[in-house]
Design a protein around this ligand. Structure first.
Ligand code: HEM
Length: 313
């Protein structure tokens, strides 16, 4: 019984399942309109966010074109932003609960499909970099482990994008659809491995990204385990400390293995801020900011509920 309750909570229906025969939604290309066809500020903001990397690439066009390898520069940009948007997409569920902003779910699909657009561009640019020689592309991918891993992640994201339409949600049914889309956690892991493997020297940014993804996963597991769907501010603070500690440990062990040094020596540099702020601190700061947001929203909600009760008296 307990297990059943847990399963249903972990898989809380957060996907709007359109009923057959309901009023048709606005045309698919009208991304700025919500399901009822109204202009949506939230959707416009999400769309603008998705276009930021494009705008930045246009702004940097001169530097990119005069750089040593323009196509490689674009490959890096597309891969990096795809990972960022994947993280933002996964952050929708915790953030809408913590910020008490349920409407955020309305842009999750757009962000997910946007992620896929960047990852599609990542591959197309790679194909262009290989002179559009598909034989060479296949050879490169099959002979480099980091590309095989990226390729599997790519296929996974393609499957999720292809099944993100209302029709596919209906066809698969909400439970099967959700189960399929839980594959995103495995895909993130593969994408992070791909990111780490192609990073030649400084792994600060990939480690920070891994810490944030760990937080996103741990939040879900904890919410499921506590059987609440929401975490208390205290749990969020504890989560911040644990995930930050794991980020420090992961970084120390990783660098220790890669450079044959003792992980303890790497950990010793944690308080040496002259060499930079370690990703563990960055993760702690980000996660504590989320806990602070939760505390503020909880107080705010309590205050407005009290105000409503007084007004009703
Ligand atoms: C067939 C699929 C893929 C191919 C062929 C591919 C290829 C590449 C290549 C060639 C690089 C640059 C490596 C270098 O210059 O040494 C790269 C970097 C990268 N890729 Fe991929 N990739 C694929 C899938 C993915 C996926 C699915 C993701 C994530 C969702 C991803 C994220 C990244 C990231 C984050 C970087 C590093 C960007 C940076 O430097 O900041 N890639 N990829």
């Amino acid at each position: 019984m307990q297990d059943q309750r847990r399963e249903s909570n972990f898989q809380r229906p957060e996907v709007a399942v359109p009923k057959a025969g309901t009023k048709p939604a606005p045309a698919d290309w009208q991304l700025w309109r919500d399901r009822r066809g109204r202009l949506s500020a939230l959707r416009i903001a999400a769309l603008a966010l998705l276009l930021v990397p494009l705008a930045k690439a246009l702004y940097d066009a001169g530097a990119i074109l005069h750089g040593a390898r323009p196509l490689n520069d674009l490959i890096h940009r597309a891969g990096f932003w795809a990972l960022v948007f994947l993280g933002i997409t996964l952050a929708v569920t915790p953030f809408r609960r913590i910020a008490r902003y349920g409407q955020l779910i309305d842009v999750r699909r757009m962000l997910g499909v946007g992620t896929f657009c960047y990852i599609a561009a990542h591959l197309v640019l790679f194909v262009a970099d290989q002179g559009y020689d598909l034989g060479k592309v296949a050879h490169e991918i099959s002979h480099r482990v980091y590309l095989i891993i990226g390729g599997i992640a790519w296929l996974g994201l393609a499957a999720l994008a292809a099944t993100s339409t209302d029709g596919m949600v209906r066809r698969l049914g909400p439970l099967r659809w959700r189960r399929l889309h839980q594959a995103v956690y495995g895909i993130v892991l593969l994408a992070l491995i791909h990111y780490f493997q192609q990073t030649k020297a400084d792994v600060t940014v990939p480690t920070f990204a891994a810490g944030l993804f760990l937080w996103l996963m741990a939040y879900r597991v904890l919410a499921w385990w506590q059987d609440t769907g929401e975490l208390s501010t205290l749990s969020l603070v504890a989560l911040a400390v644990v995930v930050s500690a794991l980020t420090f440990a992961g970084e120390a062990i990783g660098i220790g293995i890669a450079f044959h040094v003792s992980p303890m020596r790497v950990l010793d540099t944690a308080f040496d801020f002259d060499v930079g702020i370690r990703p563990g601190w960055q993760v702690l700061a980000a996660a504590l900011a989320v806990a602070a947001l939760d505390a503020v929203r909880a107080r705010w909600n309590g205050r407005s509920a009290r105000a409503r009760a007084v007004a009703a008296e």
